[in-house]
Design a protein around this ligand. Structure first.
Ligand SMILES: [Zn+2]
Ligand SMILES: [Zn+2]
Length: 303
């Protein structure tokens, strides 16, 4: 199945004509998950011909404006365009107050159900799970409470090795259990081991989102072996002190995290508006981790 990441905004702090503020749309097993919703995110949906009415879940990392100021506007447009189905919104303490206060004060009439799932301080664990995907949250190291998220496919089922199964002579009614990994003994006392008649399914893929954060190895257990890692790289080495003071990372620090986490690919983003391009970020990151890319608004990554 498709597992795609659409970068809607790749800039830090202030929206510019070149870069919107943070928002990623993840399409996975027909679930559409929006991570962060900076100012202007609904315009980016239109610009890149994506449909915001199809969003099932919104995950917010933290309550800095460049990650959340677009949310009330997006919800309002959803309502005006006739949305009726519930929307799950996951994020830190205060998120529900921030949104409900804005919507209440502007007087919106009947609104579709907003199901807030507020995470306690330092929460680690699963925030959503169904039969296809799982979303996990973990704390980042920023100036205010901030969560990273990891979206994981569920492990693909084992597949039947038909030739090996046929050779056993047992009834096809045992196939379901064997695919689930169970060994079986049939009515004639024949033992068939799952591992002998099935082959492993394709490895489950995952995407991790780490922004905003200072360099911290505390996130490594939560992002280990991830297929695609988005890690903020607000600054280059020249401004490493500023990165530390403001709870942000340099491109080299992001690359170091990708290397330690054994990530397959790294996407850098949340670039400070002081940079005209991201060439210096890429050069500094590539010296540490080769599979690195710079986010641009409208970029799509396939997992
Ligand atoms: Zn930010
Ligand atoms: Zn921030």
């Amino acid at each position: 199945m498709d597992f795609k990441v659409f970068i809607l905004g790749s800039g830090a702090a202030i929206p510019t004509l070149k870069r919107g503020t943070t928002a990623h749309l993840i399409s996975c097993f027909q679930r559409n998950i929006l991570i962060d919703c900076g100012e202007g995110t609904q315009i980016q949906f239109r610009r890149f011909r994506l449909k915001f009415q199809k969003i099932d879940i919104i995950c917010i990392t933290h309550l800095h404006g460049d990650h959340v100021f677009g949310l009330a506007g997006l919800l309002s447009s959803m309502q005006l365009m006739g949305r009726t189905n519930a929307l799950r919104i996951i994020g830190p303490k205060g998120l529900n107050k921030l949104i409900e206060a804005q919507l209440d004060l502007v007087g919106h009439g009947d609104f579709f159900p907003l199901e807030f799932h507020i995470l306690p301080e330092n929460f680690v664990g699963t925030v959503f799970e169904d039969k296809c995907i799982k979303i996990a949250a973990f704390p980042l190291n920023h100036r205010i409470t901030t969560f990273g998220y990891r979206i994981l496919e569920k492990q693909n089922k084992r597949r039947l090795d038909k030739e090996a199964f046929d050779a056993t002579g047992v009834s096809v009614s045992y196939i379901g259990k064997l695919i689930q990994g169970e060994d079986i003994i049939d009515n004639d006392g024949r033992l068939v081991r799952s591992a002998e008649v099935t082959i492993p399914g394709k490895p489950a893929k995952s995407y991790a989102f780490c922004s905003d954060t200072a360099y911290t190895t505390s996130i490594l257990p939560h992002i280990q072996d991830v297929d695609l890692l988005y890690h903020e790289a607000t600054f280059t080495n020249e401004f490493a002190d500023r990165a530390a003071q403001t709870g942000h990372s340099t491109a080299a620090q992001a690359a170091s995290i990708a290397l330690k986490a054994n990530a397959k690919r790294l996407v850098l983003g949340h670039f400070s508006a002081r940079y005209d391009d991201e060439l210096q970020h890429l050069e500094e990151a590539k010296a540490i981790f080769s599979q690195v890319f710079a986010a641009t608004d409208g970029a799509v990554f396939n997992l």
